[in-house]
Design a binder for this molecule. Structure first.
Ligand SMILES: Nc1ncnc2c1ncn2[C@@H]1O[C@H](COP(=O)(O)OP(=O)(O)OP(=O)(O)O)[C@@H](O)[C@H]1O
Ligand SMILES: [Mg+2]
Length: 320
């Protein structure tokens, strides 16, 4: 395997807290690697160490064979970093912003205008060249930030939550942009706390929780290892026991359970949750079966992030 990024027992401690616990990671060249994990998992910590912005407490990371500890300058040359929070740049036009970062990376003056135009075109901001940065929408600012990470043509892009705060359309655009960058030969590391968001764009995924990399691998492998495709939460105004029986007998429905204590009679309201495997293509079939069994369903909703189940499965030893 041809790894561009490699870490060995990478660890970061803050007093008593182990923010990153002995992480061994390998990111192949020209892959899109997604870190997924809940708030506080250690995603930003890992990213900042890889980008040489934070010193590890122990362990090591190499980018293109260069140590983040011993050769930070060589590492920085190879990395374009997009932080999770976009700084404020008042009274600066889009082209000036690009020019500023190009200067920071010693791009010669003669090359800067052409480079700015080219990168703004790439992120679809050509028409905003003379607009003020603060006048851009959130999605545009994210794309501008991405454009400036590219000024020194780095091999590796490291993007901390590039899709956060974006509307669905802007997310799709960001995803397409990342795929395009990959076809241009870049390797990309990004983070998110939503697995579904990464599954579409990433070639590889690493699941991180409480500073530990619980599992990592190719997206297809990871999804294959996770039998539960999604989870559904529902509420019934009565017939909870009937609902439970219908769910338990439905092929492809797993882990049907009551939230809170199980109801004693079939007359009371209750909340239930269950998982769906690949066998169920369309969860409305489950709803139809419940309704035709006389269950008064009041709410029926897919859970937003399926991460919880992923973690549940991992902690049950079903992944790894
Ligand atoms: N400077 C610091 N001092 C003390 N603790 C810190 C510091 N920076 C981070 N931490 C702790 O390290 C842990 C990992 O934080 P990190 O920012 O890496 O998480 P994250 O996965 O990026 O979370 P989020 O999804 O919220 O961005 C957290 O428990 C956090 O409180
Ligand atoms: Mg973070």
């Amino acid at each position: 395997m041809d790894a561009l990024v490699q870490t060995q027992a990478l660890t970061k401690r803050y007093d008593n807290l182990v923010a990153l616990d002995s992480m061994n990671l390998s990111v192949e060249r020209n892959s899109i690697f997604g870190f997924v994990g809940p708030n506080g998992a250690g995603k930003t910590t890992s990213i900042r160490i890889i980008c040489t912005l934070l010193q590890p407490s122990s362990g090591e990371a190499w980018i293109d064979g260069h140590s983040v500890r011993d050769e930070p300058d060589r590492v920085r040359n190879r990395i374009g970093y997009m932080p999770d929070f976009f700084g404020v740049y008042e009274d600066m036009k889009v082209w000036e912003y690009m020019d500023f970062f190009a200067r920071c990376y010693d791009v010669p003056a003669s090359k800067r205008p052409g480079l700015t135009d080219e990168l703004l075109e790439l992120v679809d901001l050509g028409e905003k060249k003379n607009a003020y940065v603060e006048s851009l929408s959130r999605g545009m600012k994210q794309r501008l930030c991405l454009a400036r990470t590219l000024v020194h043509d780095p091999a590796l892009l490291v993007l901390d939550e590039p899709a956060s705060g974006l509307d669905p359309r802007a997310r799709v655009e960001m995803r397409e942009l990342l795929k395009e960058l990959r076809t241009m030969g870049k390797t990309i590391i990004l983070s998110s706390h939503i697995l579904a968001e990464l599954a579409d764009v990433c070639t590889h995924i690493g699941i991180i929780e409480r500073g530990r990399l619980l599992a990592s691998g190719r997206v297809e492998e990871m999804i294959g290892r996770l039998s539960v495709r999604k989870r559904v939460r529902m509420r019934v105004s009565s017939k909870p026991l009937t609902a439970h029986r219908v769910l338990s007998g439905f092929p492809g429905v797993v882990d049907a359970s009551f939230e809170g204590s199980a109801p004693e009679t079939d007359e009371q309201p209750a909340a239930l949750a269950f998982g769906l495997t690949e066998e169920v293509q369309d969860e409305s079939a489950v709803l139809t079966q419940l309704v035709s069994s006389g269950v008064p369903v009041r709410a029926f909703a897919e859970e937003s992030g399926d991460l919880e189940d992923v973690f549940l499965q991992i902690t049950k030893g079903q992944v790894q």
